[in-house]
Design a protein around this ligand. Structure first.
Ligand code: P61
Length: 469
């Protein structure tokens, strides 16, 4: 596939500072080998996340000037509400400052202790918010979705048979809702098909359970449907989105992804009683119902971004750029999750570094090396993010997938930046044995990857090992 050229030109530039390797080595050691704790301006290409890192368009910046900062009834809220109703089709629209607040409001309203929430794969904040209600978050992605090497057009699909079995076993009363994440971030940014959503909906209907979407990357998901699912090639992205969301009862969304903004989110749903209870809670913890923790100008930028993201030239470039990075790596024999997802390339760490067990946090070790040697920031999605102690046996449980994610911000980096990243990863892949295992010296009880501190396993050799590499 030839990468389509950027469907935009650059009007404002943000200089990048080049920092020496010695300086980065000092900074990452000071950060306790945690990439979240290094100063961002010491990074050359920042692929930590595609969340909140998009470049806004000239129209979005102009939209900020049209912010109506009235406490209640801001006109920007009505633009926001109209846009979301039009694209997603849900009646009640509740703004939040970002996605996890939408999750928190929804789960604290409808999930009880002892409940079960199924999802294809819960993202970490979603899982944490379910567990915060003393409920269980269960991942039911199809088996192919857990094998990094299997090719499948819709590896994000939720397995309807697994869902049926779970609903039968636990009973409707214990399952307040089913969720589907589009695209499936924790499984590699893989899409979900319309056919699968229909099948899941049928199972939900049989048991009388509502279906919600985690809609963070819905436009990228719809683009893959258009490219890959029979019968959808000639339909527009808005038509596909309407069809997709018509099978659900609502969605949570972090607008920091496919909303093309730096902050914002929302919850949209049809159930009036739930919407009222959630709005009451919103007013208690976020803000009034027409701003929900955002300024009027933010709501305007989201309304514009949600329409821009549906543009097919944009989506072809966006997914093409990510695909291009994946192809450069794959052509050089670097093991990646296939097919390449919508927003990120995921390195398959088990095959990248077969010498290192999960107990030594190989993904995090690779992240540290990428920053120290090349000034690239990636994020671990593996044993540091998801590893935990089994409450009964006390044994450590590690996730099936050990990945490092190279998430590409939207409209921010050029294809030359992608080439630099590919060349760096390829160089590192030539001698993975120089990367040393790690151990945790400090961790928080939840979402530990944000604040954990680590050291190189062989404490005596730690500094020398880092310096030698
Ligand atoms: C990301 F390292 N994602 O992928 P909020 N659902 C889904 C997400 O991808 C998601 C949220 C809900 C991020 C940001 C991030 O430990 C981390 O607006 C499918 O961030 O609250 C966010 O949306 C939550 C990165 C979040 C992390 C937590 O990079």
């Amino acid at each position: 596939m030839r990468l389509p050229a950027e469907p935009f030109r650059i009007k404002v530039v943000e200089p990048l500072r080049r920092v020496s390797r010695a300086e980065r080595e000092r900074l990452i050691l000071e950060a306790g080998l945690n990439i979240f704790a290094v100063p961002a301006d010491s990074i050359y290409v920042d692929l930590l996340t595609d969340s909140g890192t998009s470049a806004m368009s000239d129209r979005q910046w102009a939209g900020l000037m049209l912010g109506d900062e009235s406490y209640a009834g801001s006109r920007n809220f009505f633009h926001f509400q109209d846009t979301i109703r039009e694209i997603f089709g849900y009646r009640h629209v509740i703004p939040t400052h970002q996605g996890r607040m939408a999750e928190n409001l929804l789960f604290s309203t409808v999930v009880k202790p002892g409940d079960v929430v199924p999802n294809n794969i819960h993202f970490d904040t979603t899982r944490a918010n379910v567990e915060h209600q003393n409920a269980e978050a269960v991942d039911l992605v199809i088996d192919e979705g857990l094998d990094p090497a299997t090719l499948h057009d819709f590896k994000g699909n939720l397995d309807p048979r697994k869902l049926g079995a779970l609903l039968k076993e636990r009973g409707r009363d214990k399952v307040p809702l089913v969720m589907i994440t589009v695209t499936n971030n924790s499984g590699g940014g893989q899409p979900v098909s319309i056919a699968n959503v229909r099948a899941v909906r049928e199972v939900c209907d049989r048991h009388g359970v509502p279906l919600f979407f985690d809609a963070c990357r819905f436009a990228e998901n719809c683009w893959f449907i258009k490219q890959r699912e029979p019968g959808w090639a000639d339909r527009s992205i808005p038509e596909i989105a309407r069809e997709l969301f018509s099978y659900g009862d609502g969605c949570t969304m972090s607008a920091k992804k496919d909303g093309l903004v730096n902050i914002g989110g929302f919850l949209a749903l049809n159930n009036q009683e739930w919407a009222e209870r959630i709005t009451n809670l919103l007013i208690l913890v976020e803000g009034f119902s027409t701003y929900g923790g955002l300024a009027g100008r933010d709501l305007e930028a989201i309304s514009i971004g949600l329409r821009e993201v549906l543009d097919e030239d944009y989506l072809a470039f966006r997914t093409g750029q990510v695909q291009h990075l994946g192809e450069l790596l794959e052509d050089a024999g670097v093991p990646i999750v296939k097919p390449v997802g919508g927003h990120a390339v995921y390195l398959d760490v088990r095959r990248f570094m077969p010498h290192m067990p999960q107990s030594q946090y190989p993904g995090q070790a690779l992240v540290v090396a990428l920053y120290r040697d090349y000034g690239i920031r990636a994020v671990e999605v593996g044993s540091l993010m998801f590893g935990h102690r089994d409450p009964e046996s006390g044994e450590m449980v590690y996730p099936k997938l050990e990945l490092v994610r190279l998430a590409v911000p939207r409209r921010v980096y050029t294809t030359e930046h992608m080439r630099y990243v590919a060349e760096s990863v390829i160089e590192l892949h030539r001698s993975p044995e120089r990367i040393r295992g790690l151990r945790i010296t400090h961790e928080a009880p939840t979402l530990r990857h944000y604040t954990a501190r680590l050291e190189v396993l062989d404490a005596a050799g730690a500094r020398t090992a880092l310096q030698r590499a």
